[in-house]
Write a protein that binds this ligand. Structure first.
Ligand SMILES: C[S@@+](CC[C@H](N)C(=O)[O-])C[C@H]1O[C@@H](n2cnc3c(N)ncnc32)[C@H](O)[C@@H]1O
Length: 299
């Protein structure tokens, strides 16, 4: 079958669920990944064909797209902060809002923080709830003087993050732990590396979607992405933040910085939490969509 003809059929089949531009972009993404062909190759060679075996593979992808399985899981990878990350159903698909948080941290690491310049000496960073490793690995790539540690409770997430650190050629010290059960970061269970006495930067994008907000979540996210990464109870939405702020009070260096991605509806509550726990220079920022999405405080 000619690829051009299959493209028409593919887009038609997806049209009840996706708009035409999105269906077309899926087609070309898969063409690039599975056939190593670009849009221009098809334009220049309109008679290119798929073999029967190739059509079977494409049909299977098409069926999964119809079930609204995210394209990133089907291709097994995504791009974040200019880097490639393996993703699977053990990890949240990294979001563009999180790239903005990473950018903020990288910029902050270049300027004076309190009495010292971060870029002038080796610094330590801890990423809590690392998932695919997207935050920790992007920071490692862009802050060369950083020693980076990353925590997750999920074995599947940690295995994926480990692969991503390797493929992106950075060293991250991964630690499996349930952050809600830890009272001192110095006592984290590590086997073959030493923990620093305190961290210069702690960052976290913890689960923050309330059950009551499930109605706002798209079906493809709800049905496919790990609920462990997403949801918290309605009556204790800040459970992870309270815990991490308390740990940061103890384990962040003086003038060290705490960064969070947050629930867009809880910006004010987050400012109160950080200020009540004694953090200075608390700054809330919006994401590109104009939602309160990230916050920083200095110890
Ligand atoms: C919102 S995802 C963030 C993933 C990644 N950092 C990102 O920004 O895309 C939250 C992560 O926290 C992890 N997590 C959930 N509960 C945890 C716990 N009690 N202790 C440690 N990590 C936890 C999940 O496995 C998930 O990887």
């Amino acid at each position: 079958m000619k690829i051009k003809e299959y493209r028409t059929l593919f887009i038609q089949e997806l049209s009840p669920i996706y708009d035409i531009d999105e269906a077309e972009s899926f087609f070309y993404l898969i063409l690039q990944e599975k056939q190593k062909l670009k849009r221009i190759d098809l334009a220049l060679n309109p008679d290119l064909t798929f073999s029967n075996d190739e059509i079977l593979i494409w049909n299977s992808i098409l069926e999964q797209l119809k079930k609204e399985i995210p394209i990133q899981y089907l291709l097994g990878k995504t791009c974040f902060y200019g880097l490639e990350f393996e993703v699977n159903q053990n990890v949240l698909i990294p979001r563009p809002e999180t790239e903005e948080l990473v950018e903020w941290i990288i910029q902050s690491s270049k300027y004076e923080v309190g009495s010292w310049k971060l870029e002038e000496r080796s610094i330590t960073i801890l990423d809590i709830g690392t998932g695919s490793g997207c935050i920790a690995i992007s920071l490692a790539k862009n802050i060369p003087n950083a020693r980076i540690f990353a925590i997750d409770v999920s074995d599947g997430a940690l295995a994926t993050a480990q692969k991503n650190a390797k493929s992106n050629k950075v060293e991250i010290h991964f630690i499996k732990t349930d952050i809600l059960k830890i009272n001192d970061l110095k006592k984290l269970p590590t086997s073959h590396f030493h923990l620093p006495a305190c961290f210069d930067i702690i960052v976290s994008n913890p689960p923050y979607v309330r059950e009551l907000e499930k109605v706002e979540i798209k079906k493809n996210v709800l049905d496919n992405e790990p609920h462990l990464a997403l949801f918290v109870e309605d009556d204790d939405a800040l459970i992870f933040y309270r815990k991490i702020v308390a740990l940061a009070q103890k384990n962040l260096s003086p003038n060290g910085q705490l960064f969070f991605e947050i629930n867009q509806y809880l910006g004010k509550e987050m400012i109160d939490l950080l200020e009540k726990m004694g953090f200075k220079n608390v700054e809330l920022r919006e994401d590109i969509y104009g939602n309160d999405r990230m916050i920083r405080g200095t110890r």
